[in-house]
Write a protein that binds this ligand. Structure first.
Ligand SMILES: [Zn+2]
Length: 281
């Protein structure tokens, strides 16, 4: 599906439209695209900034964290005045300033397994209240009742910008259950990782995870060099736009890694000998 562009929009996105691989058709595909972006931390900030500015039609942000001063070195949508605000609310406000063409929907909650109720944010840090149906607060943040089928099936692609394996496993499972392509990113220390999964076409994130038995460290424990997370988040936007606009090809069944100290990108092909309950590959 495509969304026709106005003359003003054609001018605005001209630098992208002049690329023969993109043209008007590609930009109109992007304008019709709906992106589900899970996790509004460093990866999510960078990915959302690039996608919103580039002309994606709709971005749904989901996160239940608040902005803290330790986020500011990496999470460039936020500023000091927003410390204590919800990340979804703060990001939505900034993205709306960047590009009013882009419909930004904010969901203040963490992703839940099917049949588990979503909860809204309690500012004391404890989830306590079930998200009410069909309510929108004064900031325009959606409080509608969420079910995963609706959430996933109403989007064309999912960006996993979370920072823990439990969320990553759940997102992968839901993407395959609902047939939505997944762009997964991770960053720690000076290292970045990217993985693209297409239900029905490729192996999934669970296939990748099976190759690594050691538990992942968090950035809090191991540290993160700020530009690395911005590079990986922006690269997630690149891969997502390629899929949505049908530009070039994206690597499937392949882990992309980036070493920010040695400046090396590498591609690692997954073995295809594994049995996987999620993707059946
Ligand atoms: Zn799999």
């Amino acid at each position: 599906m495509k969304t026709p562009l106005s003359t003003k929009q054609v001018m605005r996105y001209n630098r992208q439209i002049v690329l023969p691989q993109v043209d008007i058709d590609g930009q109109e595909l992007l304008a019709a695209s709906r992106v589900l972006l899970i996790g509004v931390g460093g990866l999510g900030n960078a990915a959302a900034t690039s996608l919103c500015g580039s002309g994606v039609g709709k971005i749904t942000l989901i996160d239940n964290d608040i902005v803290e001063h330790t986020n500011l070195p990496r999470q460039t949508l936020f500023d000091e005045s927003q410390i204590g605000q919800s990340k979804v609310m703060a990001a939505k406000a900034r993205l709306a300033q960047i590009n009013s063409d882009c419909d930004i929907v904010g969901i203040e909650a963490s992703l839940q397994p099917d049949n588990t109720p979503y909860t809204s944010i309690d500012r004391s840090g404890v989830d306590s209240e079930e998200v009410d149906a069909s309510q929108t607060d004064s900031s325009g943040i959606e409080k509608a009742e969420i079910n995963n089928h609706k959430l996933f099936s109403e989007h064309d692609i999912v960006l996993d910008c979370t920072d823990n394996t439990q969320s990553r496993d759940l997102i992968n499972h839901l993407c395959y259950k609902h047939g939505v392509p997944l762009i997964s990113g991770a960053a720690i220390r000076f290292e970045g990782q990217l993985f693209v999964a297409k239900p029905g076409e490729s192996q999934c994130y669970a296939c990748l995870r099976r190759l690594f038995s050691a538990p992942e460290l968090s950035c809090t424990e191991a540290g993160i060099f700020s530009p690395i997370v911005n590079i990986v988040g922006t690269y997630q936007a690149l891969l997502a736009m390629q899929v949505l606009m049908r530009v070039g090809s994206v690597p499937l069944n392949t882990l992309l890694t980036f070493d920010g100290l040695q400046h090396e990108w590498q591609q690692w092909t997954l073995p295809n000998t594994m049995q996987c309950d999620v993707c059946n590959k």
